[in-house]
Design a binder for this molecule. Structure first.
Ligand code: FES
Length: 274
């Protein structure tokens, strides 16, 4: 049967306009709940991260070589020399500028352009739309084909930088197996640091761009068995990308808070090997 034809701009899918109903939505379930907790969760995390990164304090535990990911790599002359694992090529930073401003900017760009976070903040902050079958407040939709949202297409390049930064975080976690008097040491802080790094890798490798890089453009999987295997593995991780996105916000906060508390002598690190 021929589908019904409509005038452009009229209601319904064929016309491309809005559904012809007065109510914002006919949904009666709690469709607003998910956008609401997304706004609360992301806002709380951002406030915490900005405050902590801007304080320039309690980011390093000298006795055990714990360095918070929020200050890594510490490249400024303002950094404690032992915390600067890659030297201090940058000048002293004025107050409020995070020591890891360079890498934090890339990480922010990586998360802002992430396919999952895009969905999350488009729905929750911009309400575009807040949920399926709920009318959005905006009159026009221009998509991601124009400035500024066309920048979302750079996600793949931010992914490459995120891999580098994950390597740096891994290096920091390895260096943190440090005893009080030198040599090998192991405490609760190490478990938290390593746990955070593992989760960061899970988030980074479950990225949609990573999946595309492994085998996205191959026509014949059979001719590329290794890439096919990697693609299968990343695809499995990718199914849980949203979960890793949230878990890593939690592990980053936990790692930073723990190091902050130990560094300020509020808490004593639980040591298994001194
Ligand atoms: Fe989320 Fe790439 S899609 S990090």
């Amino acid at each position: 049967a021929t589908p019904p034809t409509r005038e452009p701009g009229s209601a319904g899918p064929a016309g491309g306009g809005r559904a012809g109903i007065a109510a914002r939505t006919l949904r009666t379930d709690r469709w607003w709940f998910q956008p609401l907790i997304t706004v609360l969760g992301l806002t709380a995390w951002l406030v915490y991260a900005v405050v902590r990164a801007a304080t320039q304090k309690y980011y390093w535990v000298g006795a055990y070589h714990y360095l918070t990911p929020f200050a890594s790599p510490c490249l400024s002359k303002s950094c404690i020399p032992e915390a600067a694992h890659f030297g201090r090529p940058l000048p002293e930073f004025p107050p409020l500028i995070p020591f890891a401003i360079v890498t934090l900017s890339f990480l922010l760009a990586f998360r802002l352009t992430c396919y999952y976070y895009r969905k999350a903040y488009y729905r929750s902050f911009w309400q575009s739309p807040p949920a399926c079958a709920v009318r959005e407040p905006h009159r026009k939709y221009s998509g991601e084909t124009r400035f500024p949202l066309i920048i979302q297409n750079f996600h793949r390049y931010f992914f490459y930088v995120a891999v580098l930064i994950s390597l740096i975080n891994t290096y920091d976690a390895v260096l943190a197996f440090h005893g009080k008097g030198g040599g090998f040491g192991f405490g609760l802080g190490n478990i938290i640091l390593v746990g955070n790094v593992v989760c960061l890798w899970m988030y980074t490798l479950s990225c949609h761009s990573c999946r595309n890089i492994t085998a996205g453009r191959l026509n014949h999987f059979s001719r590329h068995p290794v890439r096919y295997r990697m693609w299968m593995w990343v695809s499995k991780l990718n199914e849980r990308h949203m979960m890793w996105a949230w878990i890593t916000l939690g592990t980053l906060t936990l790692t930073d808070a723990y190091i902050g508390l130990v560094s300020s002598n509020t808490l004593t690190d639980l040591r298994f090997i001194h």
